[in-house]
Every structure is written in structure tokens, then in C-alpha cells.
Design a protein around this ligand. Structure first.
Ligand SMILES: Cc1cc2nc3c(=O)[nH]c(=O)nc-3n(C[C@H](O)[C@H](O)[C@H](O)COP(=O)(O)OP(=O)(O)OC[C@H]3O[C@@H](n4cnc5c(N)ncnc54)[C@H](O)[C@@H]3O)c2cc1C
Ligand code: SF4
Ligand code: SF4
Length: 449
């Protein structure tokens, strides 16, 4: 990626979208909307001083909402370009409130609240569509209770939790435990505020709040409005302290998730959604179980699937190594339902198709290996660029020329035309670039003759 950013023949137009296409293969004119970042790309050094000072905190979409980011942010740490962006939906200044802290902080003077979207026109000979895929929404399978049970997550969420740059620094804390800890911090803050107010009364009346409250409840000081307020504050203090103590007690038993269940084919090979195999999910579940075990050697993983499709050089050996060295158990099963057990533990009900028995098993965390679905904007893009989609909503290609779309001069690679893993996507990207280069050369020769 760094090489791409530095390459003299490549112009990166991040945060931009194609809006219009005219012309024919070899002679296209493309209209692109370069969205306003409210940060001058040429001036921003990516130092992050603005982000540090920005007071607006919102859920971080890159971390699948498991962490937070500021209203001025960079999408992720290694992003190219490293330029920061202001999120116009949440920025105080851009929503008519007084702020501008980032502008005062930025020494490079890169903040520009007046920046507007720009329309750029390019003449190109060929186009490659590489818009990737979308993670299937497991909420569409109600029996898996995604979003209902906090410790049922998707594989992509697990990847963020296992990442050293993720919201938990790579520790496999369960979402329910993370939420409880956030609640503890919130209640501690509130309690500190109330304690401060109570201290003022204690100093003034030279008496501890609990002793005063006992007397107040016994009928003393009932006509004293200030002491009435003191009693109210003390009651509030107890209201916050009770749940806080309870949560702190619970938190003493929190530990990283050790019993992991992976459910395969969530939305894939399922006539209700996508009847095809998504290709990469068996391998990413094995990879994630191995990484979780590397982080915490006590981790035990069970992978529930109709079969494990380890199709690729060395993949079967990788699967076996996972079983032998990383505490992975493979169970041939179709999971029927997930319910909640004690301590926010998800409980899986499944049919073990080898033993022909219905079983029930409790885990710390359940991970759903979701299907590869077409990219959300692909339908709109196909209308703009004028190519067809197949019956699943991916880019339609010609079996004899698998990277050619139905429109001459427009090519496709990666998950935009169906599930592929990274090596396949990279190989296809090279092949699509070669197809596009042919079109460029044809166009040049035509123009020269
Ligand atoms: C949880 C999980 C783990 C995985 N782990 C592995 C692994 O370990 N190894 C492996 O080989 N594969 C893995 N995969 C598969 C891997 O993610 C894909 O093979 C790979 O991302 C496909 O690359 P792509 O470039 O086609 O698509 P993407 O990676 O999806 O990239 C597409 C890009 O296009 C952008 N885009 C979308 N729409 C537009 C638009 N209209 N205009 C401009 N830009 C747009 C997107 O923002 C995105 O940046 C995993 C998948 C999942 C879900
Ligand atoms: S103006 Fe304020 S809220 Fe908006 S990005 Fe700058 S610091 Fe954040
Ligand atoms: S790769 Fe595995 S989990 Fe993914 S759809 Fe195919 S069989 Fe199911």
C-alpha cells in the first residue's frame, strides 16, 4: 500500500466516489466526487494532535463499534493517505455549535471548515471495479440472537478484538464485560461528583453523612431545607453505590474469553440467503482460533460446521495443526439455536450429525462466520458504469473471460464478483490490470494510426 501511495504513475483518490461515466472503452470520461474532509490533505502531517483534543466521542465503525473515535479522525492507523478527516455528522462546529478546538490545535493550519466536495473529471481508457464485499448481517437469522446476546459476535468483530491496535489492545475481553467495565467507570465518575457535594455538608456540620442520615430518618432536622438536600444527595449516593458495588464484585471474576465456539456458514450454503460457499470463512475461523490460542494458551475452540472446506495449498495441514497444537475441536453439526446461560454465556443447541444426537454446550463467546455478501454500493455503481450484476448481486462476468464485465473496457477483481481470499484477490487484481493495460495499448495504437 505504501508503494502504491508513493508510485509516480498512480494517483490515489481516497474518500472519493464515481458519479458519472461517458464515452466508450478506450475513451471514457469519468466524473468523480472527492468528498470534503474539512482538512487540507497537502498541509495535514497526520500527527493526530487534533484528534487528541477533540471533545466529541462517537462509536468507531472501523472497530465495528466496539471502540470509540473522535469527530476528527483517521480511518485506521496505517491508512494511506494519513490525512485526518472531520466527520460532518458529529462535529460540533459543522453542526452550528461553538468548538473549533482542532483548528486552534493544528500547528500545520490544515483545518478548513469551509472545504466543499469537488467534482473531478478524468479521461481513462479502462476501469477496474474492486469494491469488495459486505459482511452478511447475521441479525437476519433470528435463532442466532446476534445483537440480542452481547457475547455472540461476528468473525470480523473478533478480528478487531484480537488486534493489537484494536479496542482491547488484543485481549479477548467479552463485549458484556467491556460494557460492564464502561458502566463501572461511568458510575465511579458519578459517585465522585456526589461524594464531593457530601463532603461540603460533612465539613460544614462536622458529621459523617451516614450518621447524619440515620438521625434524619429518625425524624431529626425535618424542617431544615439544607439538611433535606443533604439527605437527598446521600440517598442518590446510595442509589449509585449499590449497583456499582454489585458490578465491581461481578468484575472480579471477569477473564478473557477461553471457551470459543465458531459457527460456520452463517448465511452461506443456506437456501434462505446465499446458497453458495463463501470460500474463505472456514480458513479464517481456524486462523482466529489459532491466534486466540497464541494470545491465551488456555483457549479451547470448537468449530461447528457441515464440513471444513480447507481448499488451498497447505490449508488441510493448517487445519490439522490447529487441532493438534491449538486446542481446536471440529464438530460436524448444524447449529439450531443460541440461548443465554448464566453469566452472559451463550449456550449452543446443535445436532451432532456424527453421533446423531441433539446437544447443548455453553461457551464464553460465540463467533459467527458470516457469508460474503455483495458490496452495498455495488447496485448503484453498476447503474452508473453500465455493467450487469448476477443473480446474487455480484458483478456478472463472462466464463471465458472471468475478469471482463458485461461492458467493454470495464473489468473486475476480488470479492466484487464473488467470494475470494486475499491471495486470489491479489492475483486477480494483477490479471485485471493486464486486461486493462491491453485496452490502454489498443486505444493508444488506434489514436496513433
Ligand atoms: C473476518 C474475516 C477474516 C478474513 N481473513 C482472511 C485471511 O486471513 N486471509 C485471506 O486470504 N482472506 C481473509 N478474508 C477474506 C478477505 O477479506 C477478502 O479476500 C479480501 O478482503 C478481498 O479483497 P477485495 O479487495 O476484493 O475487497 P475489500 O477488501 O472488501 O476491499 C474493497 C474496498 O473497496 C472500497 N469500496 C467499496 N465500495 C466502493 C465504492 N463504491 N467506491 C469506492 N470504493 C469502494 C471498500 O471501502 C474497500 O476498501 C477474511 C474475511 C473476513 C470476513
Ligand atoms: S470542531 Fe470540535 S468537534 Fe469538530 S472536529 Fe474539531 S475539535 Fe472535534
Ligand atoms: S468456507 Fe466454510 S464456512 Fe464458509 S461458506 Fe464455505 S463451508 Fe461454510
Amino acid at each position: 500500500m505504501l508503494d502504491v501511495g508513493r508510485h509516480p504513475n498512480i494517483e490515489l483518490m481516497a474518500y472519493s466516489e464515481v458519479e458519472k461515466l461517458e464515452g466508450t472503452a478506450g475513451n471514457f470520461r469519468v466524473q468523480i466526487r472527492k468528498k470534503a474532509r474539512y482538512v487540507n490533505e497537502d498541509k495535514c502531517t497526520g500527527c493526530g494532535a487534533c484528534t487528541e483534543k477533540c471533545p466529541t466521542v462517537v462509536p468507531d465503525a472501523f472497530n465495528m463499534g466496539l471502540g470509540t473515535r473522535k469527530a476528527i479522525y483517521s480511518w485506521f492507523a496505517q491508512g494511506i493517505p494519513s490525512t485526518h478527516t472531520i466527520d460532518p455528522e458529529h462535529c460540533r462546529q459543522l453542526n452550528g455549535k461553538k468548538c473549533g478546538i482542532c483548528k486552534k490545535t493544528c500547528q500545520a493550519e490544515a483545518i478548513d471548515f469551509d472545504q466543499k466536495d469537488r467534482i473531478i473529471e478524468l479521461d481513462v481508457s479502462a476501469i477496474i471495479v474492486a469494491v469488495g464485499y459486505e459482511v452478511f448481517d447475521p441479525g437476519l437469522i433470528p435463532e442466532y440472537r446476534y445483537r440480542e446476546l452481547p457475547n455472540v459476535i461476528t468473525a470480523i468483530e473478533l478480528e478487531r478484538l484480537l488486534s493489537a491496535s484494536g479496542p482491547t489492545g488484543g485481549h479477548l475481553h467479552r463485549p458484556s464485560d467491556i460494557k460492564a467495565k464502561e458502566k463501572i467507570t461511568e458510575l465511579e465518575k458519578e459517585l465522585k461528583k456526589i461524594s464531593k457535594a457530601l463532603q461540603k455538608y460533612e465539613t460544614k456540620y462536622n458529621e459523617k453523612s451516614d450518621q447524619f442520615y440515620d438521625k434524619f430518618k429518625a425524624g431529626q432536622y425535618q424542617d431544615d431545607p439544607e439538611r433535606k438536600k443533604w439527605a437527598e444527595r446521600y440517598e442518590k449516593y446510595m442509589e449509585v453505590k449499590g449497583p456499582l458495588d454489585e458490578l465491581k464484585k461481578q468484575a472480579e471474576s471477569f477473564h478473557p474469553a477461553r471457551r470459543l465456539a465458531f459457527i460456520q456458514c452463517v448465511g452461506s450454503r443456506d437456501a434462505r440467503f446465499y446458497p453458495f460457499c463463501s470460500g474463505y470463512c472456514c480458513m479464517h475461523s481456524i486462523k482466529e482460533a489459532i491466534i486466540a490460542h497464541e494470545h491465551e494458551p488456555q483457549t479451547e475452540s470448537t468449530i461447528f460446521g457441515m464440513d471444513i472446506r480447507a481448499v488451498g495449498k497447505g490449508f488441510e495441514q493448517y487445519k490439522i495443526r490447529g487441532g493438534n497444537q491449538s486446542n481446536i475441536k471440529y464438530v460436524r453439526a448444524r447449529v439450531a439455536e443460541i440461548i443465554e446461560g448464566n453469566n452472559n454465556n451463550p449456550v449452543i443447541i446443535y445436532e451432532d450429525t456424527r453421533e446423531r444426537m441433539v446437544k447443548k454446550e455453553e461457551f464464553d463467546l460465540v463467533i459467527l462466520a458470516t457469508a460474503c455478501a455483495p458490496s452495498k454500493g455495488l447496485s448503484k455503481l453498476s447503474n452508473i458504469l453500465g455493467f450487469e450484476l448476477n443473480s446474487f448481486g455480484f458483478v456478472k462476468t463472462d466464463p471465458s473471460f472471468p475478469l471482463d464485465t458485461t461492458r467493454d473496457g470495464i473489468y473486475v477483481c476480488g470479492c466484487a464478483h464473488g467470494p475470494q481470499d486475499i491471495p486470489e484477490s491479489v492475483a486477480q487484481a494483477s490479471a485485471a490490470a493486464a486486461r486493462a493495460a491491453q485496452k490502454v495499448m489498443q486505444s493508444r495504437l488506434r489514436k496513433a494510426s
